[in-house]
Design a protein around this ligand. Structure first.
Ligand code: NDP
Length: 326
């Protein structure tokens, strides 16, 4: 069996550092599938990157076949099967969201071009670096010879958080809580929706009322990241890395056929009338390594209003980086 080659950008950051160990230990493809890692960081961090490589070697992971390190995506995206685009500039003090969009947009434009030129045409690309939906849109526009369906951004952690909140509220085991749908942007406008969620054999909506969803669940899922920053002094890292690994498992066909997942995917042709040129989190169904948007899950009118707020935010983000979309 050939090794699967995965690239990870920003792998010395909070999220990336955890992610590479999950990956090397078989987190996406299992411990028996050989994996090669192409690790990218900014050029200034070349010595630290060598240090990370040594740490990975020291784990003697049975699945880890080869490690390459560097900073040039045109080189390190060569022949990759999957990519985790994690590296992104954090928002500096006083930096406007618009400035962050521009600074990161340029990074994802170049990485889209590098994927186009160097990666395998069947590559799967998960964008984690924020604003991840719009960065993903930029990357897929710049990778003209790769199908947009092979790109996604990350709301998997938001989905896990929503399930955990629901389990806590109802006293259920989290493994008894079936998927919660996440709509929209990975931002403070995201919308968790439990209309189709089951808790054991009961519908979640028979265990909690809609007023609780809007007044408590929605803000607590949206603010979870900020709350963690307040307590830890830094943002979620292992949980985001775990969610990224789980999202790549979805994208590479590791889940059961017809599983329900929430993924921000290219919105062209979506059955909900959402603007067709966004990366938007929808309820999706798995079919091997393909995802289709489930058309039967429109939420209540009250939640739909919230979904449209998230759409508006994404349209504004896109319009601010229109010059990077080709
Ligand atoms: P983190 O590792 O904490 O986060 C990386 C990115 O992931 C951020 O954009 C972050 O957004 C985002 N993110 C975190 N959690 C989630 C989530 N649940 N869902 C979606 N996105 C999420 O940042 P660090 O600053 O610690 O590390 C970044 C690394 O990237 C550094 O090592 C740096 O050198 C590298 N870098 C690479 C660049 C490049 O590739 N050209 C450019 C700039 C930096 P948020 O900030 O909102 O938490």
């Amino acid at each position: 069996m050939d090794a699967i080659r995965c690239a990870v950008t920003g792998c010395l950051g909070n999220v990336g550092y955890n992610l590479v160990f999950f990956l090397a230990s078989g987190g996406v493809f299992g411990p028996h599938q050989k994996i090669s890692l192409n690790l990218l960081e900014i050029p200034d961090l070349a010595p630290q990157l060598e240090g990370l490589k040594m740490e990975l070697e020291d784990c003697a992971f049975p699945a880890l076949h080869e490690i390459r390190v560097g900073s040039d995506p045109f080189d390190l995206f060569g022949d990759i099967d999957c990519a985790f685009l994690v590296g992104a500039r954090p928002r500096g003090p006083g930096m406007e969201r618009k400035e962050l969009l521009q600074a990161n947009g340029v990074i994802f434009q170049r990485q889209g071009q590098a994927l186009d030129r160097s990666a395998k045409k069947r590559v799967r690309v998960l964008v984690v670096g924020n604003p991840c939906n719009t960065n993903c849109l930029i990357a897929l526009h710049n990778a003209k010879t790769i199908s947009p369906d092979q790109f996604a951004a990350l709301t998997r952690l938001d989905e896990f958080r929503a399930r955990a909140v629901l389990a806590k509220k109802t006293g259920a085991d989290v493994s008894d809580v079936s998927p919660v749908v996440i709509w929209g942007n990975h931002s403070s406008t995201l919308v968790p929706d439990i209309q189709h969620t089951m808790i054991g054999k009961k519908a979640a909506l028979s265990c909690v009322d809609e007023a609780w969803i809007l007044s408590t669940m929605l803000p607590s899922v949206r603010k979870r990241g900020a709350e963690i920053i307040k307590l830890r002094g830094k943002s979620s890292s292992a949980s985001a890395a775990f969610a990224a690994v789980s999202a790549m498992a979805v994208m590479t066909g590791q889940l059961e056929e017809n599983s329900l997942v929430s993924m921000p995917v290219f919105s062209k042709g979506n059955p909900y009338g959402i603007d067709p040129n966004l990366v938007f989190s929808f309820p999706c169904r798995t079919h091997g390594d393909r995802l289709t948007i489930d058309p039967s899950m429109r939420p209540s009118d009250a939640l739909w209003k919230e979904v449209l707020v998230s759409e508006k935010e994404l349209i504004e983000e896109r319009d601010a980086v229109r010059h990077l979309l080709v």
